[in-house]
Design a protein around this ligand. Sequence first.
Ligand code: FES
Length: 154
Amino acid sequence: MLSEIERRELEDTVKHYPDKRGAAIDALLTVQRRRGWISDESLLDIAQFLEMTAEDLDSIATFYNLVFRKPVGRHVAFVCDSISCWMKGCERVQEQMKNLYDVDLGQTSADGRLTVLPIACLGHCERAPAMMVDQEVYGDVAPEKVKSIMDKYE
Ligand code: FES
């Protein structure tokens, strides 16, 4: 069930759209900010609020990779694996994540600190390889820089 505060935030969110359903992504992100991820139960609550089916909302949630349909760590590092970053060695960034935090793409570290996910182009191609941690985008991410970046995210 949506909390009072979540319901208020969703009401604020949908105000900006002519049709409630147009607010689907914002609504998912709004609830995710509070709950960390979107469980089936959360999905159903949001779908009811938006007056749409859970199946329709799920297809939007699944398509949009900043909506988490599984639990994630306290921080999420997205490693871009599109063409420019691939050419500039994004695989070495992924390997460094594995070496430092024992976490593969798609996994969460044992201490719950970090989830590492692939992402399509972050729009930072001129500074490839790029990654994004939570909301912050980093460019020119050489493997040697990974630790100093990640040290900010305990
Ligand atoms: S290809 Fe990685 S930021 Fe564009």
